[in-house]
Each structure stands twice: as structure tokens, then as C-alpha cells.
Design a binder for this molecule. Structure first.
Ligand code: PEP
Length: 251
């Protein structure tokens, strides 16, 4: 049985006070989420300390949206993995399409981040996904497998088993255009098969593959019902308590 995961990526939204209010309201409704669904919130760095304090003892885990690719030193504006670990952060989103596009993150940087995250005992949520033009050309599978090859297929089997993959077609992020459940399943099945070929089916069957791209309460159930979809990485809808809770209840 693979984990079921509802991870909220808050991006650069909420002030510290708004973030604490949001997580407090989520905490107030968490008992509505039955079963062993893992709930992860990824607020901006500046809110991590207060939010970690707020969720202490609850089932909510806290992730960061990024980390530095080096351990320490002259990297103005960056946040290290050791800082995140000491604070109690458990997950780190790596390779989000917005970081690839706006911050020009390279595969080498992402691989370093994934390795540092794993070596410090945190869980990377590694994002992959094709752009609209790539899907229109019909090369989405090649694009995604290349993204896997450059980063997570560089890992040992033991390390890969600790990674969460998030398939996020770039054309569906923040656009309101969701992949159909069949499109999501096609890609998730393809990714799992690819992991199986690269490592083994036993490994492939343990790795959670999340779907991300305009997931909301109204479409989560259909998407999560697909056999290779193990949950969602949720952007916009994770800022609404009722939407996030509805999504978390959709397994
Ligand atoms: C995301 O940023 O990871 C995301 C999937 O955003 P949205 O749900 O808003 O499309």
C-alpha cells in the first residue's frame, strides 16, 4: 500500500499572520479527514517557525518550497537544509516548474538539492512535467523521462525509495486547466513503468506519485481514483481551508 498524500504548496502567498490563521483553520477541520492520508503544508520560509509550532503534536507535516544546493556559505538569500532540518521541516519541494522557469534551476542544482535533502533525512517532493508546446508536439513522455534521468535516476535504489514524485504538467498549473484523469493516469503509469525498468517493480510500487495542476475539491476524487495517482500537490486550492480539506477527503 502506497502512501496517500495531500500536499499544499502555498507559494508566495499569505503573510506570517495569515499563514498561522490558515493552518489553525485547517487544524480545526483535520478530524474530518479519515484514514491515513498524509497532510503536508508548504508555507513560505518566513512562516515555518510559527507554523511548525502551531501544528506540533498534530498530523500536519510542514514542508519547505525549496532549499539551497550547498550546505552553507556565501549564498545570499538562500536557506540551508541544515536550517530546515533543525526547525523540524520534513519535506522539501524541489524542481517546481516555477523554480525551473523563473530561477533557471539546472538539473545539476536539483540533483544536489535532492541529495542534500535525503542525506539530512528529509523527503524531497521532486516535480516534473511538460510544457504546453511539448504536449502539443506529443513529446511529453520523453520530456518527463529526461527530467527523471537527470535527477532521480542518478540516485541509489535506497535513496530513490524515499522520494515523492509530483507530476505537474506546466500547462495545468494555476491555469484552471486540469489534466483529465486519463491523461494523469497515462503519465503516472508511464512514470511508474519507467522507474520499474530503471530499478525494479518493487521499487516502482512503493513510490508515491502525486498529480499537480489545478486540483480542487470538485475534481480531486476523480483524479485520485486513478490507480497510479497517489495524491496531489495542490497550489491555489490549498489556500482555501474548505477546498484543501475536501481534497484531503477525496481518497
Ligand atoms: C503547484 O504550484 O504545484 C500547483 C499545482 O498549482 P495549482 O494547484 O494552483 O495549479
Amino acid at each position: 500500500m502506497r502512501k496517500k498524500i495531500a500536499a499544499g504548496n502555498w507559494k508566495m502567498n499569505t503573510t506570517p499572520a495569515e499563514g498561522v490563521k490558515l493552518v489553525s483553520e485547517i487544524l480545526g477541520k483535520v478530524s474530518e479527514v479519515e484514514g491515513d492520508v498524509e497532510l503536508i503544508v508548504c508555507p513560505p520560509y518566513t512562516h515555518l517557525a510559527t507554523i511548525l509550532d502551531k501544528v506540533k503534536g498534530s498530523r500536519i507535516m510542514v514542508g519547505a518550497q525549496n532549499c539551497a544546493w550547498e550546505l552553507s556559505g556565501a549564498f545570499t538569500g538562500e536557506i540551508s537544509i541544515t536550517t530546515l532540518k533543525e526547525m523540524g521541516v520534513t519535506h522539501v519541494i524541489i524542481g517546481h516548474s516555477e523554480r525551473r522557469e523563473f530561477f533557471h534551476e539546472s538539473d545539476e542544482m536539483m540533483l544536489k538539492k535532492v541529495r542534500l535533502t535525503l542525506s539530512h533525512g528529509l523527503i524531497p517532493i521532486f516535480c516534473i512535467g511538460e510544457k504546453l508546446a511539448e504536449r502539443e508536439k506529443g513529446i511529453q513522455f520523453e520530456v518527463v523521462v529526461k527530467q527523471m534521468e537527470k535527477v532521480v535516476y542518478q540516485l541509489s535504489e535506497d535513496d530513490l525509495k524515499k522520494v515523492i514524485i509530483a507530476y505537474e504538467p506546466v500547462w495545468a498549473i494555476g491555469t484552471g486547466k486540469t489534466a483529465t484523469p486519463e491523461q494523469a493516469q497515462d503519465m503516472h503509469g508511464f512514470i511508474r513503468n519507467s522507474i520499474s525498468k530503471q530499478y525494479s517493480s518493487a521499487v516502482a510500487n512503493t513510490i508515491p506519485i502525486l498529480y499537480g495542476g489545478s486540483v480542487k475539491g470538485a475534481n480531486a476524487k476523480e483524479i485520485f481514483s486513478m490507480p497510479d495517482v497517489d495524491g496531489g500537490l495542490i497550489g491555489g486550492a490549498s489556500l482555501s481551508v474548505s477546498e484543501y480539506i475536501e481534497i484531503a477527503k477525496s481518497f
